[in-house]
Design a protein around this ligand. Structure first.
Ligand code: ATP
Length: 232
């Protein structure tokens, strides 16, 4: 579904992502893990066209996206849930979801389909997003992204700052998106969570992919996790 070939993303002279090649299939969850500053966020931003300089090839269903302006990427079918959620906190949950629908002029029925994944949000539709709990805000961020009917979903640390039970629920919902055929690239710092829901995991250090393996292989032999993350 999404294929990165030698993707480089740079802030001026600094190459924070250096010749990364990866692919994510429809219905697959690829985990991206690495230490702080390894380049995880920059890789997602590079895919979205949000870094000043990017080179390489980025294919969505075989179509080249490098060269397109950043605003064109979501419409092509890649949704991005940034670290820290970035909701419109003064707007209601319903209005935040409408922003997602607008990306593709998707019908209201799409929001209903998305709300089936996060039923608790139905009770919060008229509440300002900024007044929700952290977990609910993360659900809104994911739901808003899904309203744009993405083929590919990029998630940057959705579990950040959440208690384990809430993380569990959100990641289970993300895992359920496999059935809808969404290709998912997930930055996740918690090894246990990543091993539980990812199909494959790529380990990044200094902007380059150092190791890539099925999650079950890393669970059986955590040496690469220890090496590139420092814990297991
Ligand atoms: P974290 O887990 O802390 O979020 P990360 O793996 O997501 O880390 P990035 O935020 O992608 O790492 O950072 C990768 C490198 O790029 C770091 O060396 C960082 O200092 C640098 N960097 C990030 N954003 C910018 C920026 N806007 N301008 C210049 N350098 C940046």
């Amino acid at each position: 579904m999404l294929e990165l070939r030698k993707i480089t993303g740079a802030y001026g002279p600094v190459k924070a992502v250096d010749e990364v090649s990866l692919s994510v299939a429809a219905g697959e969850i690829l985990g991206l893990m690495g230490r702080n500053g390894a380049g995880k966020t920059t890789l997602l931003k590079t895919i979205m066209g949000l870094v000043p300089k990017r080179t390489g090839s980025l294919l969505l269903e075989g179509e080249e996206l490098i060269g397109l302006p950043a605003h064109a990427i979501p419409r092509r079918g890649i949704a991005y849930v940034p670290q820290g959620r970035r909701l419109f906190s003064e707007l209601t949950v319903a209005e935040n979801l409408r922003m997602g629908l607008l990306v593709k002029d998707a019908p209201q029925a799409e929001a209903e389909r998305v709300l089936d994944l996060f039923p608790i949000l139905r009770e919060r539709l008229s509440q300002a997003a900024g007044t929700l709990s952290g977990g609910e805000q993360q659900m809104v961020a994911v739901a808003r992204a899904l309203c744009a009917q993405p083929k590919v979903l990029l998630l940057d640390e959705p579990s950040e700052g959440l208690i384990p039970a809430v993380t569990h629920r959100i990641l289970d919902t993300v895992a359920a998106l496999r059935e809808r055929g969404v290709a998912i690239l997930l930055v996740e710092q918690q090894v246990k969570s990543a091993l539980r829901i990812c199909d494959r995991i790529a380990l990044i250090e200094n902007g380059t992919i150092q190791h890539e393996a099925p999650a079950r292989d890393l669970a059986a032999d955590p040496v690469p996790l220890e090496r590139y993350i420092g814990v297991h």
